[in-house]
Design a protein around this ligand. Structure first.
Ligand code: C2O
Length: 455
């Protein structure tokens, strides 16, 4: 592997995804010609030791470069700032903001790929890949990212001392059909939301720009995505938050890439169904879009959204199944703690004769602290009947609310059927976001109701 390190792709400026991947290979990297040589991103718990060591060394070198010179284009900081720059724009209506719209999945796919190309160029190993964290199975930060002294652990974190709850990883155990999917968002039939109403149920979000300047988080983006950011970054007793908790610092934490790797893998699992895949955008607004990323030589490269195949971007996944094996993940058996603190509760009438039921919470307002909550239902007066129906994860919003996901909806059809009750008790339970957290922000909302949505 005689790759002269740090050489940029030969064609600078506008590169399609395909050309950019090819160009990265053309810098002298040994070209893996046969498709079977496509480098595989693997589950971090199965990463070969030499692969992990090379990843640590390469990321460690990038971090050191940034310590010596924050502006070093080969440094970790400059790479992370690509996320900060595009993602922390003040308003979500800002055209540069990739969260809260259909750019969420593709932009992060390309950001990971570009980061991988850099790791390959800097290490001289054309097969180096980012590993993914399968949080459906592993409900704690994987050991490779927490080993003391590892560059992969070099981040500000205030992770709570608990496993991720099933609802935080979008595992809805009270609903047999969704529980079988592993990640409930995989049930979404459409990629693109056609109207604001469809945003929370869509897989990929709403078009941007769109006539109404609508935005909001899709199924995947709210939970599991947001909930895991909150869990990893957490909140310290003095109110400071970890890197992963806020968009501006998230990509400084190496585990960001393993978290987004799993989300990206779930997108591959979802698009294995041709009917679902056919709903992915073909509009020129989408396919002609180019995003720019800083390259190692201080220039920028532009990657077009016209070809988002993982093959074209230079990687594939080792496995396209949600769960690693049949074992019950830790925490699945732990019932919601409805006897503990509650941020809100209500007893609501259940519309009779409906085939579907939705819990709608209106007027949710983000505060200045991060907040993750578990939403549970029970038969009033029956403490043995609590069921988790979903989670909500809100980031800290300093001042202006940038993501007005203020009207969350939860499909509670299976829970209502199981509880068989004309009145249902709803509880909003806080999920601790720090190792020693004892206080929670208020859950600010206007009202809740169980409704029978039109089919
Ligand atoms: Cu750009 Cu997980 O956030």
């Amino acid at each position: 592997m005689s790759q002269p390190p740090n050489r940029p792709p030969p064609r600078r400026g506008f590169l399609s995804g395909l050309a950019a991947a090819g160009a990265a290979l053309a810098t002298g990297l040994p070209a893996p010609a046969a498709p079977s040589w496509l480098p595989l991103r693997c589950d971090v718990t199965r990463i070969p030791p030499d692969h992990l060591a090379l990843l640590e060394a390469t990321i460690g070198e990038m971090q050191q470069r940034s310590r010596r010179d924050p502006a070093d284009p080969k440094g970790w900081r400059v790479n992370a700032l690509a996320h900060t720059r595009l993602c922390s724009s003040v308003s979500n209506a800002d055209p540069a903001q990739v969260h809260g719209c259909w750019w969420f999945l593709p932009w992060h796919r390309v950001f990971l790929a570009v980061t991988e190309w850099k790791l390959r160029a800097l290490s001289g190993d054309a097969t180096l890949t980012l590993p993914y964290w399968n949080w459906s199975n592993d409900r704690r930060i994987p050991a490779a990212f927490t080993r003391p002294g590892s560059p992969l652990a070099d981040a500000e974190r205030h992770t709570p001392d608990r496993d991720l709850r099933p609802v935080e990883v979008d595992r809805l155990l009270c609903d047999p059909a969704r529980s079988a999917l592993g990640v409930a968002a995989l049930e979404a039939r459409r990629f693109t939301a056609r109207a604001p109403d469809e945003i929370p149920g869509s897989f990929g979000g709403i078009a941007k720009p769109n006539g109404g300047a609508w935005h909001g988080r899709s199924k995947m983006e709210t939970v599991p995505h947001n909930a895991i950011h909150n869990y990893v970054g957490g909140e310290a007793a003095d109110g400071s938050v970890g890197d992963m908790t806020g968009l501006a610092r998230a990509a400084f934490d190496p585990v960001f890439f393993a978290h987004h790797g799993n989300l990206d893998r779930l997108w591959e699992i979802w698009r294995q169904d041709p009917a679902r895949r056919a709903t992915e955008p073909t509009d020129s607004d989408f396919t002609q879009k180019q995003f720019v990323f800083p390259w190692l030589d201080g220039t920028v490269i532009a990657v077009s959204m016209s070809d988002l195949e993982t093959r074209s971007l230079g990687y594939a996944y080792d496995r396209l199944a949600v769960m690693r094996d049949g074992a019950t993940p830790p925490g699945d058996a732990v019932a919601p703690n409805a006897a503990g603190p509650r941020l809100a509760s209500a007893i609501l009438p259940v519309p009779s004769g409906a085939t579907r039921h939705e819990l709608r919470i209106s007027g949710v307002q983000p505060g200045d602290r991060p907040l993750s909550v578990e939403i549970c239902l029970a038969r009033p007066g029956d403490p043995a009947s609590w069921l988790s129906v979903g989670a909500l994860a809100i980031g800290p919003i300093p001042g202006l609310a940038t993501f007005p996901d203020s009207e969350p909806r939860f499909d509670v059809t299976a829970a209502i059927r199981a509880l068989a009750t004309p009145l249902v008790e709803v509880a909003v339970l806080p999920l601790a976001l720090g190792p020693s957290q004892r206080s929670w922000p208020a859950f600010q909302y206007a009202g809740m109701a169980i409704v029978a949505p039109a089919a």
